[in-house]
Write a protein that binds this ligand. Structure first.
Ligand code: AMP
Length: 451
């Protein structure tokens, strides 16, 4: 198996070689928690969900972490407007975000980590940057000195001078050495602040991610993702911070970036005002349709959203579901073998879900023509549905499995972890997976026992 990934750092498709053989450390930037996330955000999160599902399907152990920015200027500003405590506000929106992720079946994330849970790690990184003189102090904060980082710009191809345009409010200071220098720690009492050896304040945006990943993965790891808007300055700043601290390169081996979701030919964003929240959309469309819409496009493509396009996705998905429901004939072993080969080749080639789904349609057309397709074909569709989570099957989960899951719930309620683990193993040995959710559990799987 050879998986290729388009790496923003080298601007090339590269053969994927994780640092450890079978284990992947994967980080994707989470949202800033001050309002409802929109479907543009969920394009990125769903496409990464599918990618991580695929890597797990290919038997990698993936430690998939997302941060939640629960303190920053936007949160403080919003809290002032609504006369709320900033941390209460962000806590509320962190919960809403995780609920929204679940409502779309985006459950691949292993752990969500809030910035405020990692303040001591953030402070430690700022201290080390100060000590190594990559950072300096002014009267209003600690800043990263771009002049000290010769590599700055290697991810985005932009220069230190261009960094001037990319600063946000937290980065502003009249005393900075270079206009593009970014803030690591802001001395401030506004909204909320924490004690630190260098002065009371709050963290800058870029430092929370490197503090989290250093603690979780070490100073180097496999894959970092986000949409293309984060390449500069956010991801560039992360590289500058972590490589300066550790002196180890590359900080991240593979950088993956998703293309935007547009609406009315503009990037969907709160500032433009062209947003639809996932909650609104889920009132009109099923989660499977929305996931299928995202899966039908290559993750790097920039795509336009409209209700009509979603209707088309709904019809396309229905064709697959109708096909699956009628798989009661003989399998054609030759075409099925070819389907598997073509499907995995497409997915291994930079997670080309768009091509993989086209291949499914070609196979369906051929099977319909020859009136073939039975149990083995059905099993294949069930198997790949663990990646996409979009197809519908008749009588998906047998009662026997559901009963085991219910029994496990009772064991968990009475904190009988041994029994709960035993029941999980039993469920898994029968080819199903159980995931714990906030309100219960979710079962999936094909019924094909692991080898
Ligand atoms: P934010 O809360 O703005 O930091 O965004 C959260 C995530 O959604 C980041 O990975 C962004 O890059 C991504 N994102 C924001 N807007 C869009 C969009 N219109 N299309 C795709 N991804 C987006």
């Amino acid at each position: 198996m050879v998986i290729k990934i388009h790496n923003t750092l080298t601007r090339k498709k590269e053969i994927f070689k994780p640092i450890k053989r079978d284990e992947i450390n994967f980080f994707v930037c989470g949202p800033t928690a001050y309002s409802y996330a929109h479907i543009g955000n969920f394009k990125t999160y769903t496409q990464f969900d599918i990618i991580v599902n695929y890597l797990r399907h290919r038997k990698f152990k993936v430690n998939y972490i997302q941060n939640l920015t629960d303190i920053d200027d936007k949160i403080i500003h919003q809290a002032k407007e609504s006369k709320e405590d900033p941390l209460k506000l962000s806590e509320k929106f962190c919960k809403i975000f995780i609920d929204d992720m679940e409502s779309l079946d985006n459950t691949a994330v292993s752990k969500y980590i809030k910035a405020t849970e990692r303040l001591s790690d953030i402070i430690s990184q700022v201290e080390r940057l100060l000590k190594k003189e990559f950072a300096y102090q002014t009267s209003d904060g600690i800043y990263f000195n771009l002049e000290k980082n010769k590599d700055y710009g290697k991810l985005s191809g932009r220069t230190v001078l261009q960094a001037e345009d990319a600063t946000t409010r937290v980065d502003h200071s009249k005393e900075k050495k270079n206009k593009g220098d970014f803030c690591l720690w802001k001395f401030s009492d506004e909204g909320i602040s924490w004690d630190a050896p260098f002065g009371k304040g709050r963290p800058g945006w870029h430092i929370e991610d490197t503090a989290i990943t250093e603690k979780e993965f070490g100073s180097q790891y496999d894959i970092h993702g986000g949409a293309v808007d984060l390449i500069f300055p956010h991801h560039e700043a992360e590289i500058a911070q972590m490589e300066s601290i550790s002196n180890k390169k590359p900080f991240v081996k593979y950088w993956m970036h998703t293309g935007f979701l547009d609406m009315k030919k503009e990037k969907m964003s709160k500032s433009v005002g062209n947003i639809i929240t996932i909650r609104e959309l889920l009132k009109k469309q099923k989660k499977e349709t929305i996931r299928f819409f995202f899966a039908s496009q290559h993750y790097r493509n920039r795509i336009e959203f409209s209700e009509e396009i979603l209707e088309q996705s709904k019809n396309s998905l229905k064709k697959i579901n109708d096909f699956i429901t009628n798989l009661d004939k003989e399998d054609n072993d030759g075409t099925l073998k070819q389907l598997k080969e073509d499907f995995y080749n497409a997915m291994d080639d930079d997670f080309n879900t768009q091509k993989a789904i086209t291949i499914l349609y070609e196979f369906m057309n051929e099977s319909n023509k020859t009136n073939t397709g039975g149990k083995q074909t059905l099993e294949f569709f069930k198997d790949i549905n663990n990646i996409f989570k979009t197809f519908a099957f008749k009588g998906n989960i047998p009662k026997e499995i559901d009963d085991l899951a219910k029994e496990r719930e009772l064991a968990r309620e009475s904190k009988d972890w041994n029994q709960s683990d035993k029941l999980r193993s039993q469920i898994e040995s029968k080819g199903y997976h159980i995931e714990d959710r906030k309100n219960g559990y979710a079962l999936s799987g094909t019924g094909i026992p692991p080898i």
